[in-house]
Design a protein around this ligand. Sequence first.
Ligand SMILES: Cc1cc2nc3c(=O)[nH]c(=O)nc-3n(C[C@H](O)[C@H](O)[C@H](O)COP(=O)(O)OP(=O)(O)OC[C@H]3O[C@@H](n4cnc5c(N)ncnc54)[C@H](O)[C@@H]3O)c2cc1C
Length: 285
Amino acid sequence: MGVSGFAYISPSTKEETLTVLSEAGEKGRIVAGSTNVLPDIRARKIAGCILVDISHLRELKGIEIAGDTVTIGSLTTISELLQSAVIAKEAGVLWQACRCFADPLVRNRATIGGNIANASPAADGVVPLLALEATVNVESKARGKRAIPLDEFFTGPGKSVLEPGELITSVSFAKTSAMKSAFIKFGLRKAMAISLASIGMVVGFNGDTIARVSIALGALAPTPVRARETEKYLAGKKIDDEIIARASELIKTEVNPISDVRASRDYRQHLTGVLFRRAIEAALA
Ligand SMILES: Cc1cc2nc3c(=O)[nH]c(=O)nc-3n(C[C@H](O)[C@H](O)[C@H](O)COP(=O)(O)OP(=O)(O)OC[C@H]3O[C@@H](n4cnc5c(N)ncnc54)[C@H](O)[C@@H]3O)c2cc1C
């Protein structure tokens, strides 16, 4: 890798990786697709680490279905998700989000595990997984295996409950082929922009009544969040213009966006209602 000031280790199995990470402790820094790690090294945001390169570990790649559950290995790339018929059919919201993710070059390297671990409030892989009510599967020498619900995983921008030595091995969720999905990202440019706001939605209908809905929002709070009050309001309702209008007001009260150079807090709040309306209309279409 030739990055001075860093030690570099490339373990050949998952077991060896867990041992290396356990010995490295706080200094260990996993490298998967390196689309976040390399820019962070260049910007000197991280220094003096032991880089643990897992990018070649086959054990952490691929998409599997067992019964009703879809499991995605943490090293699966965004391109691989986009090419997967299983993801297109069983996790439409994730597939749609992958289409909005960066450009093909970045998608070929960026992994779903790296997107989760990076813990950006705007992460385009995380928002759909939150709408899918996914579970993050992690492993370490110290704590063994843990399954963490994704909505308990993030604690703030760039922060999560992941402890030093812990490796994300996969992420899993229930199939959603019987449900409708929508993902919409609003950026200042198309895919290469960081989201100003994004929404992922999975809706199950019983005739023309909403039986179940999950809604996740990106870049609208310190972490990606579920819009639980709006979900509760919509459950059991027959969708019409008035219900959509009320829900698009309610959802604005569920976000806590920042003001920054790209947009004000008020504008982001307004966008939340607009995105909701577009997402439910797309899911119904
Ligand atoms: C030009 C450009 C455009 C981008 N566009 C987008 C975009 O549109 N949407 C978006 O969401 N992101 C975007 N990103 C950010 C980035 O590509 C994603 O967050 C990507 O998914 C990170 O995955 P990676 O494999 O490259 O992670 P890495 O850079 O290898 O790692 C990221 C972080 O996760 C940790 N990590 C990685 N794998 C694991 C694991 N298995 N277990 C535990 N910790 C792990 C690393 O230690 C590091 O802290 C962009 C980046 C660039 C450079």
